[in-house]
Design a protein around this ligand. Structure first.
Ligand code: NDP
Ligand code: HSE
Length: 428
């Protein structure tokens, strides 16, 4: 049996896991695909770096082009990261008839449409299961498992680093900085963790899920994004007191053919399944018109969970090779893109205000909500031992984003409000 020859771009956290699984599960893998799988070449940045997995040094190169242009290689596994340069490696590999597995959500969110079009032209596969929610097979699930349904809502905890941080802040009272350093050490965070904590990593993953779920070409600029760097321990404590967990939640929802998509810290009612997703775990909740509620849960980052998805893609490519069916476009984003307006985007809000502690303040504040047609679910005023002002905690009923923006703008000019301390979306 002729082996299937793989070129690996990157031998970091994920690449190391790929080598471990391809070598450690070789018998099982080759029995599934009918050929041995060999890793022929590996591109790295630093040849001399210590590796926690043993590899034949002669396979290593610092030049990814050597791997891409090697005529012996059938499949390129890209676990190197990067966007523009990496895109040029992948396009060239496709031009040379090589199939691609990538874990690179940055690349797929920005250039997925172009790469997939090239793959179809060249009758090659490009699989990217690990790019969203690491070890959870959510991409295959959306493409295959939901092929008969109409997806109405996708909610995702799709960034392990921020879920790890929020969980530790909530459960252990740990500081944001300490937990972020721990997440970096464990290999969860991106090389530059700004994209994790500012929500960009989650936004890219949500753009990929939105495209697959809504059959339309969701682009990164369609996702409204807010990260967790402004979330305080106090905010988390308020959330808990009111019966919520704070989560960085991606939410893609549609009504008829219009959709909205966002990533923001969200207070999720305890009891909703996604509120119980802690640590580096990810979860994707999918509501299908026919099937109703479903949820998919697992490790969202880390060496072995991510490598599991990468190698599963490799197996799928090799099975397609055997059947001669590579390059079939699984999802055609055929629908015209229609984004909801701010008037159509509707959800509940939590607002924490610091206000003058004097007569009539509450009446002025509730009047502003009424003026902009925002109905209130609850209003609580309480003294704050660290602060001479009164704190007012408000939870609204469902309100349009447009009306809530008007309320918050109005508050900016209201003398009795000292500070709009926090505003969060509420779910569940
Ligand atoms: P790492 O930073 O751990 O590894 C990157 C690897 O690529 C390293 O081996 C590095 O070489 C090599 N590399 C980087 N730049 C070059 C270059 N220009 N030429 C040759 N080699 C290069 O990244 P991860 O393994 O964490 O992530 C890889 C990809 O997988 C990224 O796209 C990431 O977003 C994605 N991903 C990561 C997950 C995770 O849990 N870590 C989960 C899901 C997706 P050297 O070792 O010599 O420095
Ligand atoms: N930095 C990412 C995370 C890695 O924390 O989820 C997985 O994509």
């Amino acid at each position: 049996m002729k082996p299937v020859r793989v070129g690996l771009l990157g031998l970091g956290t994920v690449g190391t896991g790929v080598v471990r699984i391809v070598e450690g599960h070789q018998e099982d893998l080759s029995s599934q695909v009918g050929s041995p799988i060999t890793i022929e070449r590996i591109a790295v940045k630093h040849l001399e770096k210590y590796r926690s997995v043993s590899v034949d040094q002669t396979k290593l190169t610092e030049d990814p082009w050597e791997v891409i242009r090697d005529p012996e290689i059938d499949v390129i596994v890209e676990v190197m990261g990067g966007i523009e340069q990496t895109k040029s490696y992948i396009l060239e590999a496709l031009d040379r008839g090589k199939h691609i597995v990538t874990a690179n959500k940055d690349l797929m969110a920005l250039h997925g449409a172009e790469i997939l079009a090239k793959a179809q032209e060249k009758q090659c596969d490009v699989f990217y299961e690990a790019s969203v929610a690491g070890g959870i097979p959510i991409i295959r699930t959306l493409i295959e498992g939901f092929s008969s349904d109409r997806i109405m809502k996708i909610m995702g905890i799709v960034n392990g680093t921020t879920n790890f941080i929020l969980t530790k802040m909530s459960q252990e009272g740990a500081s944001y900085e300490d937990v972020l350093a721990e997440a970096q050490q464990l290999g969860y965070a991106e090389a530059d963790p700004t994209s994790d904590v500012e929500g960009l990593d989650a936004a890219r993953k949500m753009a990929i899920l939105g495209t697959l779920g809504f059959r339309t070409n969701v682009e990164l600029q369609d996702v409204s994004v807010k990260g967790i760097s402004q979330v305080t321990k106090d905010d988390i404590a308020y959330a808990k007191r009111l019966g919520y967990e704070m989560k960085l939640l991606g939410i893609a929802e549609r009504q008829d053919d219009e959709f909205s998509i966002s990533v923001q810290p969200t207070m999720v009612r305890k009891g909703h399944p996604i509120a119980a997703v802690n640590g580096v775990f990810n979860a994707v909740y999918v509501y299908g018109e026919a099937v109703g509620e479903t949820m998919f849960y697992g490790a969202g980052a880390g060496e072995m969970p991510t490598a599991t998805s990468v190698v599963a893609d490799l197996v799928a490519i090799i099975k397609n090779l055997k059947l001669g069916v590579n390059g079939l476009k699984a999802i055609v984003p055929y629908k015209l893109k229609k984004l909801k307006t701010d008037e159509q985007i509707v959800y509940k809000n939590f607002i924490l205000l610091h206000v003058d502690d004097k007569a009539g303040v509450l009446a002025q504040i509730t009047q502003v909500f009424a003026q902009h047609d925002v109905s209130l679910e609850s209003v609580v005023q309480q003294p704050n031992e660290h602060n001479p002002d009164a704190e007012i905690i408000i939870v609204t009923h469902n309100a349009s984003k447009a009306n809530m923006d008007k309320v918050l703008n109005h508050f900016e000019g209201l003398d009795v409000i000292r500070r709009i301390k926090s505003v969060y979306r509420v779910e569940g």
